[in-house]
Design a protein around this ligand. Structure first.
Ligand code: AP5
Length: 295
């Protein structure tokens, strides 16, 4: 297993694409430290230490949303990316339940349009059935509109499955949306097909299940589970092909803020690693604010 967090150094850019990032990955904890024992690299400040203690206590109650005092004053702006079925949606449910960010999933926005049968939905479905990217003219404005809602600005956002091309990334930057962190879930291809074919969704709670890895808790839930129209072996192979064609161009635009997480591990372990990175990011942001205030 690869150590974490780490930069994909083989593709590191000499000049960051983000001229003014809210934090720097060099400030991330040493990969040799475990996720529960790393120390922060910023100079110790009483207020920050106190916040650190509070944050660690909160970590132990992972199902609870962070207390308002633990939130950074500037909301988190996170992107999560990975191949089909790498676990983006699963991790987003865990992240939002703790960090209370607005979860914006490009796939969910598109499926909602398909569901209501709008003109955009009809067009999008043609592409989704073929495992191809829906054209930018539909996706970009959809995501931009959701990011522009007051709750996204106030609580912070967790963008799932967007951008999937360099043109989508460029559009987001042009609209003034700059992420703090880009999480890449790394899962070997042979695991992904199995995950897609076994995935089921609960239409009542929105929870994601897997018939083998995350089975429903009761017979009642099992009876109402549904399957996505693009979750067949044939279609996931097409989706994977599309992902592989586009992933490098997106990664190259965010590598200065990217963490790569081994998504083949159990979901709780994957979340612990992401949780650790987000806690650290919060402290980086707080320290940046304190530093600004002090000068
Ligand atoms: P989208 O809905 O985003 O699908 P995707 O990228 O293919 O990703 P998935 O939702 O399939 O998987 P996931 O990573 O969320 O995994 P999950 O957590 O559910 O996009 C669908 C389509 O819309 C695209 O093909 C495209 O056509 C279009 N589209 C979307 N965004 C677009 C964009 N920006 N531009 C243009 N077109 C766009 O997990 C999967 C399964 O694995 C579950 O059963 C889960 O229980 C299980 N699992 C999760 N984690 C683990 C684990 N750690 N261990 C074991 N099992 C696990």
């Amino acid at each position: 297993m690869a150590s974490w967090p780490y930069l994909n150094s083989s593709t590191m850019l000499s000049k960051p694409k983000h001229p003014n990032p809210s934090f720097c990955l060099h400030d991330f904890p040493n990969p040799q430290h475990s996720s529960s024992s790393f120390s922060f690299t910023a100079s110790p400040i009483a207020a920050v230490n106190s916040a650190t203690r509070r944050c660690r206590q909160t970590n132990r109650r992972s199902s609870l949303i962070l207390a308002s005092t633990d939130k950074p004053r500037e909301p988190l702006k996170i992107m999560i990316s990975g191949a089909p079925a790498s676990g983006k949606g699963t991790q987003c449910q865990l992240i939002t339940s703790k960090y209370d960010l607005v979860h914006i999933a490009a796939g969910d926005l598109l499926r909602a349009e398909v569901e209501v049968g709008s003109a955009n939905g009809k067009k999008a479905k043609e592409y989704m059935e073929k495992g191809q990217l829906v054209p930018d003219e539909i996706v970009v404005m959809m995501v931009k509109d959701r990011l522009s809602q007051p709750d996204s600005a106030e609580k912070g956002w967790l963008l799932d499955g967007y951008p999937r091309s360099s043109s989508q990334a460029t559009a987001l930057e042009a609209f003034g949306f700059h992420p703090d962190l880009f999480i890449l879930l790394d899962v070997p291809q042979e695991i992904l097909v199995d995950r897609v074919v076994g995935r089921r969704l609960d239409p009542v709670t929105g929870r994601i299940y897997h018939l083998t890895y995350s089975p429903p808790e009761t017979e009642e839930i099992a009876a109402r589970l549904t399957q996505r129209f693009d979750d067949t072996e044939e279609r996931v192979k097409l989706r994977l092909q599309t992902h592989n064609q586009n992933v490098e161009s997106v990664l190259s635009m965010f590598e200065d803020i990217t963490i790569k997480v081994d998504g083949s591990l159990p979901k709780e372990i994957v979340f612990a690693k992401i949780d650790s990175a987000l806690s650290d990011l919060i402290h980086q942001k707080k320290n940046a604010i304190l530093g600004t205030t002090a000068t």
